[in-house]
Design a protein around this ligand. Sequence first.
Ligand SMILES: CC(C)=CCC/C(C)=C/CC/C(C)=C/COP(=O)(O)OP(=O)(O)O
Length: 284
Amino acid sequence: MAVARHETGPFATVSALASQVHPVFMLPPLATSLFGGLLSGGFWPPVAALHAGAMFFAVYTAHVKDGYVDFHVRGEDDDHPLTASGCRMALVGAGVGFAFCTGAIWLLVGPGAALLTLPTWVIGYTHAPQLDMNPVGATMGYPAGIALALLGGYYAQVTTLTPRAVGLAAVFLLLLTGIKIIDDEQDYDYDRSIQKRTVAVVLGHQRARRLALGLFGAGLLGIVGLSVALPGVPPSAAAAAVVFGTVAAIAQRGDPETATMLLIRGSYLLLAVLVTAVWFRPLA
Ligand SMILES: CC(C)=CCC/C(C)=C/CC/C(C)=C/COP(=O)(O)OP(=O)(O)O
């Protein structure tokens, strides 16, 4: 069975399968899952690794299915490295990997942790062709996965959720939804031509940008509010809002491509400041 479309042999197979690992999309859920574990205060590395592994397979599933649907089913994309059967094989492999990680979490931690992990795969598998058909699903699937990565990573360590875990997951949901809205502005013309209803296509550039900025504002206020109101979120965490706010203020003047590039880096900085604040508690 041919897996790669353009070449044959084991190297071509491995590189076609590896082409569906997109680090820009893959690193944030892995980092957020580990951040959730760290935030919980009870970090057991095997469980943290299993949860991060499950996030890897959920995002890999999303990319393989998205590529399969866009190229082999809808005929929207010009090229794809995997054959249709290669995509199906990759989906089965990722499903087995996800089931292994989630099953091990069930055995080591309990059913609650496994049930909180499961929706990430469901979101990944249904990203295309179901969720990407409407503006909410197309925009919020990935941010919802990130929020669940934080909650699942946290719950898997301590089998409970606290207001700080839920509050920070909500902040991530708001900020990443804003980033995805701006990211989708890049594909405005193409998405319109294929009737893909992203927020930018439905609202137009200006209103989409205003909505994204509103979401950034709400998310940043959320971080400051959490750092003031909850003892579990150190005051120094508010620095994350300052850092991301500065990047967002610069980014919003740029074109969608530059803005997305800056905002993605800004979200890494935000996470780095939050990890530093939670781990080292510099002002405590
Ligand atoms: C754990 C976790 C984070 C789970 C969520 C997984 C998820 C929904 C990932 C989305 C990845 C993806 C295909 C992005 C491109 O979407 P697009 O529709 O903008 O891309 P396209 O224009 O290439 O189709």
